[in-house]
Design a protein around this ligand. Structure first.
Ligand code: DX5
Ligand code: ZN
Length: 239
């Protein structure tokens, strides 16, 4: 299922509840919360108190993207604050398996994130334990950056690995995903689409979300009618 995870980073912080409502009316179904510490990324945003403040204003799942060092130290606080999904960067985790386990132990759905320069293969061992993989399509730290097209190739490779390994984690993409780039990531296999400036930038969030989702869904691979996927092999010599 294609879903819009709208990033509040580009919303109006003085009217967050209204902005969330508007994006939800437009079809957004996940609230993406970008947590930055000024160390792992060159920007500072907010932490568990923001999650706690948002919890009563929406029923949508809160997807917290931790761009912080020492995530283990803050996992209990995010759980307590009401986070539903929690993702951590591969690049900061010395013991990635342990950190993902800790997230699950705190009742949240664990996700792992890779920066543009980090290969998908660094995740193979932990793929069976994640609910989602977030492929960054910009270097994290700021909203409104330009989409890096090679992220789509990483998504396609990850989708292929998922099939080979018989897993069903979701694929999220974040950074520069907008009306002109969304088709490429959906075609590659992403189904949780993070968008900040495309939703809260120019115009109205509700209309922006509707338009964005329409474009995304139009690009979604159609479920095959001959249900060849599990039972029959593809024609030989195709690729
Ligand atoms: C970037 C953040 C993103 C950001 C996306 O470091 O992780 O979630 O808000 O913003 P846009 O959609 O404007 O690229
Ligand atoms: Zn993010």
């Amino acid at each position: 299922m294609i879903e819009l995870a709208f990033s509040i980073l580009s919303a109006d912080f003085a009217h967050l509840a209204d902005d969330i409502k508007a994006a939800e009316l437009g079809g957004g179904s996940i609230v993406h919360v970008d947590v930055m510490d000024g160390h792992f990324v060159p920007n500072i945003t907010f932490g568990p108190p923001m999650v706690q403040a948002l919890r009563p204003v929406t029923n949508l799942p809160l997807d917290c993207h931790l761009m912080i060092e020492n995530p283990d130290q803050y996992i209990p606080a995010f759980a307590e604050a009401g986070a539903d999904l929690l993702s951590i960067h591969q690049e900061v985790c010395r013991h990635l398996h342990r950190t993902l386990q800790l997230i699950a132990d705190h009742g949240m759905l664990p996700g792992v994130v890779i920066n543009p320069a980090t290969p998908v293969d660094t995740l193979i061992e932990v793929l069976p334990m994640v609910h989602y993989v977030l492929v960054m399509s910009v270097n994290p730290g700021f909203g409104g950056q330009k989409f890096l097209p090679f992220a789509a190739e990483k998504i396609a490779y990850l989708a292929e690995l998922r099939k080979q390994m018989g897993l069903n984690f979701r694929i999220e993409v974040d950074g520069g995903v907008a009306n002109d780039t969304v088709a490429s990531v959906v075609e590659a296999g992403a189904d949780m689409l993070v968008a900040g400036s495309a939703i809260f930038g120019k115009g109205k969030a509700e209309q922006n979300a509707k338009k964005f989702l329409k474009l995304a869904r139009a690009a979604a691979p159609k479920p095959s009618s001959d249900s060849h996927s599990h039972t029959k092999d593809k024609p030989a010599g195709k690729d």
